[in-house]
Ligand binder design. Structure first.
Ligand code: NAP
Length: 338
């Protein structure tokens, strides 16, 4: 047995992935070079992002080349070794590809020390990227406080279900949105999540109003579907929204903005609302700085003045047709004298 079966990307999908896009081929199994090991893949993670990798554009990783072994996140075991640091029998995580065997150096692999009472598969799921995603998105991005209301989409999924449970343990009021009664029941009965919404069978807006009577403080968004709009309509002041993924858009669906929002995810970019009223404590300091710049002729500005109170409709119309050049003011009376 020296062959290796592997999936290659034959054609880029436009919507859903079908058999025409992927091809299973059998090739000679690689022989580890000096300093390399041969790994037999045991588990291959199949995340929604795999669909993104197939697009012609780079995502958070370079686009998968056509005709090459499909990129894959794997857990395997070393079966032959030319590196004393990775003896035969070592379990390793790696980017082993959608294939049965691969060779790699120690620098490309992460050796595992599985706990005997934890299933091996957990080391390529809950205790791996999904766990870290849930943890980081919840703690670092959402920064929740006990008592706040957290809504999680794709809540019964690998990331979402962890977020729901970690949030509950932090003392949050967690509402999980998932597709189907079974998934919702599992979240409530097994995971101890206070409230769920089956978006496929229930009126999500009405259920959100009932389950989040004080609004929504934190959102952990995995989907990018119409539910996101319903959530945003209900957020409180200073809400925080972790954009983790837009799975509804990966096959070309989702809301119109989901694709653009996905750019925020893949660039780890931040889009943040703010109100000037929250910055008035710096008014005097900032006004003085700006005045200094004006006096030094280092700040250009234009003020567009119309004379007379009666010009209000004209001024308003100017604004919305771009006819104002700079700040639109109305002069109601002379600057000096009466
Ligand atoms: N930012 C990061 O670094 C990072 C890392 C890992 C994962 N992610 C993202 O996290 C999200 C969840 O990933 P996961 O690995 O945990 O997958 P998952 O939630 O276990 O599986 C995907 C789930 O998404 C839901 N879904 C799929 N298509 C949908 C659609 N059109 N509309 C609504 N829901 C849909 C389905 O659940 P229902 O049956 O409930 O609809 C499906 O089970 C994804 O967006 C993924 O890209 C991001």
């Amino acid at each position: 047995m020296t062959h290796n079966r592997q999936w290659i990307l034959r054609q880029r999908p436009l919507g859903a992935v079908t058999e025409q896009h992927l091809q299973l081929r059998s090739v000679q199994r690689a022989i580890p070079a000096a300093g390399e090991v041969l790994v037999r893949n045991i588990y291959l993670l199949v995340p929604p992002a795999m669909r993104l990798w197939m697009n012609p554009q780079d995502s958070y990783v370079p686009a998968q080349p056509l005709g090459e072994t499909m990129m894959g996140i794997t857990l395997g075991i070393v079966e032959a070794s030319n590196d004393l640091a990775l003896p035969v029998g070592t379990y390793v995580n790696g980017m082993g590809g959608c294939q049965e065997w691969f060779t790699a150096t120690a620098a490309q692999l992460m050796p595992l020390a599985p706990h005997p009472q934890v299933p091996l598969a957990a080391y390529r799921s809950v205790l791996d990227v999904q766990g870290l995603t849930a943890w980081a998105g919840l703690h670092e991005v959402c920064q929740p406080q006990p008592g706040q209301t957290l809504v999680v989409t794709a809540a019964a999924g690998s990331v979402g279900s962890l977020v729901c449970q970690l949030g509950t343990q932090l003392g949050l009021h967690v509402v999980g949105i998932a597709g189907g009664a079974d998934k919702c029941r599992w979240l409530r009965d097994e995971c101890g999540i206070a409230a769920t919404i089956d978006y496929k069978a229930e009126d999500v807006g009405a259920r959100l109003d009932a389950l989040c009577p004080n609004g929504i403080d934190r959102v952990f968004e995995n989907v990018g579907g119409p539910v996101l709009d319903l959530l945003l309509e209900r957020i409180n002041d200073r809400a925080r929204i972790a954009l983790c993924g837009m799975v509804a858009s990966y096959n070309g669906g989702g809301t119109q903005s989901a694709g653009a929002l996905m750019r925020l995810v893949t660039k780890a970019a931040r889009m943040e609302g703010f109100l000037v009223r929250d910055h008035f404590h710096r008014y005097a300091e900032v006004a003085a700085k700006l005045q200094a710049l004006v006096l030094e002729d280092k700040l250009k500005y234009r003020i567009d003045i119309l004379d007379g109170l009666a010009q209000l409709p004209v001024a308003l119309d100017n604004l919305f047709h771009g006819r104002n050049l700079g700040v639109q003011l109305l002069r109601l009376s002379p600057e000096r004298g009466a």
